[in-house]
Write a protein that binds this ligand. Sequence first.
Ligand code: OFO
Length: 170
Amino acid sequence: MLSKKIEEALNKQIRIEAESSQVYLAMACWAEVQGFEGVAQFMFAHSDEERMHMLKLVKFVNERGGHAQISDLAAPPTEFGSFKNMFETLFNHEVMVSQSINDLVHITLEERDYATHNFLQWYVSEQIEEEALARNILDKINLIGDDKGGLYLFDNDVKQLVAAGPDAPQ
Ligand code: OFO
């Protein structure tokens, strides 16, 4: 059984994951209309992953005697200025999500809710991977700068990354 405090904190995280999915969907659209197919595919896949993160929390809350709240979401930006700027936004967003997961883990320890603590370990590991991936991509973008040819190759690279990943679109 979840305490009210844990239920509220998990519901807050449900909203964060849902908003993350929206942010990456907006990034996918921004990249797609500019013809960057690889980056768009990457962002569409990432958006789906965030929805999966959200659903996993929803199921957990409901199964543990709580009630998952599906709330309205903040609208993401529609313009991202440049790829560098967009991937910086993505990286900073993931750092914010990691912080939020850490806060949540902290609350479970305060409340002595070891079941939720255990459940959240999956998110802790996931955030390590997501931050590393975002940092990796950002490093590449920083090397390329505004070079058009470089961006074209980068887009192809990212396409390979999606194709190789577990959530690769068919
Ligand atoms: Fe990319 O964050 Fe979910 O957990």
